[in-house]
Design a protein around this ligand. Structure first.
Ligand code: ATP
Ligand code: MG
Length: 143
């Protein structure tokens, strides 16, 4: 399965702005299959674990506040070369640097409130999918 899955989070800002539908439409138009999905509010513990690589950075506490401020949509997306293709679709971390037509260019409010997360490597994609979904919650087109 390596290379065919990535994890996305539609972050609280995009959810509260009613962008779930438009963002999922972009994801489907780009040819991704949604194989798992849920809407819920991250606990502090979940957000801190998920972003543990950024612990100690100046924006860490603010990021955790933001990510736990309201519900998120977490989903597994499937396509050949999913991680790289999805990073291209979402655009740069800072929306002011993101290309036209990317999800962050269209729906982000700031570098912190940047609409969506996308896994940054196949290895992390596997870890992140396992963090949020059991095997019985997935409906893969590849297996
Ligand atoms: P993500 O992991 O959410 O997909 P990314 O991989 O593009 O984003 P990272 O460097 O992993 O970027 O940063 C994780 C998240 O932390 C960013 O998406 C953003 O919400 C926040 N962040 C990153 N850099 C900054 C910053 N300089 N100031 C404020 N928030 C930031
Ligand atoms: Mg990242």
């Amino acid at each position: 399965m390596a290379g065919k899955q990535t994890l996305t989070i539609i972050k609280p800002g995009a959810v509260s702005n009613e962008y779930i539908g438009p963002i999922l439409a972009k994801i489907n138009s780009a040819g991704f299959h949604i194989s798992a999905m849920k809407l819920f509010r991250l606990t502090r513990n979940q957000a801190q674990n998920f972003y543990s690589i950024h612990k100690g950075k100046i924006f860490f506490n603010s990021l955790i506040e933001f990510m736990t401020s309201g519900p998120v949509v977490v989903a597994i997306l499937e396509k050949e070369n999913a991680v790289q293709k999805y990073r291209k679709l979402i655009g740069a971390t800072d929306p002011s640097k993101a290309e036209e037509g990317t999800i962050r260019k269209m729906f982000a409010e700031s570098i912190e409130r940047n609409a969506v997360h996308g896994s940054d490597s196949d290895e992390n994609a596997i870890l992140e999918c396992d963090f949020f979904f059991s095997k019985s919650e997935r409906y893969s087109i590849f297996e």
